[in-house]
Design a protein around this ligand. Structure first.
Ligand SMILES: NC(=O)c1ccc[n+]([C@@H]2O[C@H](COP(=O)([O-])OP(=O)(O)OC[C@H]3O[C@@H](n4cnc5c(N)ncnc54)[C@H](OP(=O)(O)O)[C@@H]3O)[C@@H](O)[C@H]2O)c1
Length: 264
């Protein structure tokens, strides 16, 4: 069991949604926080609230994770001001729900740059320090989409499948160094994610009744970190569907195409 009290937790995408909820859940365990995102004002509010919960440090670091120079500046800040990171939570991510043949090149690049490449680059930078200390936890927020793709989510699902595969390889490499890797695959969450993924609002309305509460999910993620689980998959019916797809892909594809299940 690994306790977060007095540990230093870095959370990307902490200005809203699941990242914000994770900040409060980790603060509730007495963790020091490094919170990263582009919207400085929102980030500072989250950091102030986290400090009020924990009575410990909560740094708000304005950063566009897709800019390598800003990643280097973040590392310099951590070295100068914070010290070793005990838990890295790669949470920042975007999605675009558009037909595979229509997704504009700029959106495709932005999606893979943030959700995959920046995640790997930050993991390498923080992971090297963890490897030197022979301790640490890396949490990658992927998605059920990475296991159970649906129409209009092909590029997003491909990015999240890449995160799942990367995490599986990383876990094996880092285990001998006593660094634990947790992959989190949530279904729809009640956050602002859908306002970028589908600005029409159709997706948000369609999943409103089944969307996960970000605070409850954050609590489960913190528990999974504490118990050093390798994967957290929620909700369970999507997990079962993803497993069934491995066994009966043609049948599950037909079920997903049915308007009852196909909500994009
Ligand atoms: N919501 C869902 O239905 C759902 C389902 C499964 C998985 N997920 C995953 O859960 C994670 C969190 O998403 P969410 O639902 O909480 O959505 P969200 O509220 O939109 O949060 C996304 C976060 O990423 C940050 N971000 C975006 N671009 C960035 C950039 N270039 N540099 C730094 N930070 C950036 C945003 O902050 P700024 O805009 O301030 O930079 C924001 O804090 C994502 O990885 C997402 O793929 C979401």
């Amino acid at each position: 069991m690994q306790h977060l009290t007095n540990k230093t937790v870095l959370i990307t995408g902490a200005s809203s949604g699941l990242g914000q909820a994770l900040a409060y859940a980790a603060a509730g365990r007495g963790a020091n926080l490094v919170l990263c995102a582009r919207r400085q004002e929102k980030l500072q509010l989250v950091a102030a609230h986290a400090r009020a919960i924990s009575g410990r440090h909560a740094y708000a670091v304005r950063i566009d994770l897709t800019q390598p120079a800003q990643l280097n500046a973040l590392m310099a800040f951590i070295k100068r001001q914070v010290g070793p990171i005990d838990v890295l939570i790669n949470n920042a991510g975007i999605g675009y729900f558009e037909r595979a043949l229509d997704l504009p090149a700029a959106k495709l690049e932005a999606l893979f740059q943030l959700d995959v490449i920046s995640l790997i680059q930050l993991t390498q930078k923080i992971g090297l320090t963890m490897a030197g200390l022979r301790r640490g936890t890396i949490v990658n927020i992927a998605s059920q989409a990475g296991k159970l793709v649906t129409p209009k989510a092909s590029a997003y699902a491909a990015a999240k499948a890449a995160v799942i595969a990367y995490s599986n390889g990383l876990r094996m490499e880092l285990r001998p160094l006593h660094i634990h890797v947790l992959t989190v695959n949530p279904g729809p969450i009640a956050t602002d994610f859908a306002t970028i993924a589908d600005p029409s609002g159709q997706y948000a309305r369609a999943v409103a009744n089944i969307a996960l509460d970000p605070h409850r999910l954050a609590e489960r993620i913190v528990q999974a970190i504490e118990h050093q689980r390798r994967e957290l998959n929620v909700p369970w019916p999507m997990t079962v569907a993803a497993q069934l797809r491995q066994l009966f892909p043609a049948i599950v594809d037909r079920i997903i195409m049915n308007p009852v299940f196909n909500r994009k």
